[in-house]
Design a protein around this ligand. Structure first.
Ligand SMILES: Nc1ncnc2c1ncn2[C@@H]1O[C@H](COP(=O)(O)OP(=O)(O)O)[C@@H](O)[C@H]1O
Ligand SMILES: [Mg+2]
Length: 376
């Protein structure tokens, strides 16, 4: 058996690098299974640290890492900018999933797109950019509009710029230049969808249905699950691509992949080696949540069913908190607050609305949108 019997007296201790809301929701999913949690997170007040043992130290601090890894059953992470060196250090002391190779691939957009390309997963055409000249010649090949992105540390649309005119090319280089960049063809997609996949230490895999995602200002606002009018062939395509990545990286845990849909075709945009914002709906909208399945996977336990329970709409709460009583009045609305101070552009919570009928879901979602729009 891979895991000590979780329901025996000896309880499993899960270490999580990062104390954000994803870690908090992992812990919330694990308590019913009798699991205990420990966070390593430099910030003294964090969504995860509020609810479990919390080691306050930088991720690369040797003493912090020693205290973090002592006595763990298994370690995992909830954000992908954990340094690969720290990941290797941890995996020399305790089991760490997803594997450090997945971190390395997802941290760098050029490495990531090259991996997709090698696995014959379609991607928008892309070029490595390291100088103003290489940008100009890549723009000639890709054409305008195109998207210039930093290769590392981009999130929520930060560190990227859409180039529409030749003037944009010059200003983008001033803004983003000096760091390794990637230029991508601008995809005029029909919609954005994402797949949450999970693979256990035993090799068992499971997939949630594709979800339709809506972004504003680069931040995810709304996910509809399952994606409306989802054709089985599109789901099969996404699962085929996910399987290739899971196998290639000998992956363990939840993996999220973002795609652009054009007609009946998917182009991979990026992946995240962790539980993902577009999978939050699974807490109420699926037989087993992404958080519980991530824990099951890293412990080598059987995976839970990913069958959907009706239809879900997940609305992110960004910057400001709408009136809590008004949210709770909406039938089928499930409020999740992360214990964070409201601040512009900050994800402070989400609401999942669940319903058994499409018409009903749309009504409830319209009510929810009124509340979010009412924010100053
Ligand atoms: N090549 C592209 N063509 C069209 N839109 C894009 C492209 N790349 C990114 N975008 C838009 O920008 C959003 C954020 O880009 P993404 O690469 O996912 O970065 P992040 O790490 O910030 O999520 C995407 O969800 C999509 O809406
Ligand atoms: Mg993205």
């Amino acid at each position: 058996m891979i895991y000590p019997q979780p329901f025996s007296g000896k309880r499993n201790l899960i270490g999580i690098l990062g104390g954000g809301q994803l870690g908090r929701m992992l812990a919330l999913a694990g308590y019913p299974l009798g699991l205990r949690f420990r966070f390593l997170e430099p910030s003294p007040d964090s969504p995860g640290g509020q609810m479990a043992e919390h080691i306050v130290a930088p991720y690369d601090d040797p003493e912090g890492l020693r205290r973090f890894t002592a006595g763990l059953t298994v370690a995992t992470y909830e954000f992908e900018n954990v340094s690969v060196a720290a990941a290797h250090h941890i995996s020399s002391r305790t089991a760490l999933y997803p594997p450090p190779a997945a971190l390395a691939a997802s941290q760098e957009r050029l490495v990531e797109k090259t991996l997709f390309h090698k696995l014959e997963i379609p991607v928008p055409s892309f070029y490595a950019i390291d100088s103003s000249d290489s940008l100009k010649s890549a723009v000639e090949k890709v054409g305008l509009p195109s998207v210039l992105k930093t290769r590392r540390f981009g999130y929520d649309g930060k560190g990227q710029k859409v180039l529409r005119t030749s003037e944009d090319v010059g200003t983008a280089w001033e803004e983003l230049g000096g760091k390794p960049l990637i230029l991508e063809r601008f995809v005029s997609f029909d919609r954005e969808v994402s797949l949450i996949a999970v693979r256990s230490r035993t090799g068992e895999t499971a997939f949630y249905p594709l979800v339709e995602n809506h972004h504003r200002d680069g931040i995810l606002r709304l996910s509809l699950a399952p994606a409306p009018d989802l054709l089985p062939t599109l789901q099969a395509q996404a699962e085929l691509f996910a399987n290739k990545i899971l196998e290639e990286l000998d992956y363990v845990g939840v993996l999220a992949i973002e795609f652009f849909q054009q007609g009946d075709r998917l182009l991979a945009n990026e992946m995240a080696p962790r539980v993902h914002n577009s999978g939050h709906w699974t807490i109420e909208g699926s037989e087993t949540s992404q958080f519980e399945n991530h824990l099951r996977a890293i412990l080598g336990m059987p995976l839970g069913s990913t069958r959907s329970v009706g239809l879900s709409a997940m609305v992110n709460l960004i910057g400001d908190l709408p009136r809590v009583d008004s949210v709770l009045k909406i039938p089928g609305a499930h409020l999740h607050l992360y214990g964070k101070e409201p601040r512009p552009g900050r994800k402070i919570g989400h609401v999942t609305i669940r319903s058994d009928s499409e018409a009903d879901l749309q009504l409830r979602l319209a009510e929810m949108h009124e509340l979010v729009r009412a924010e100053p």
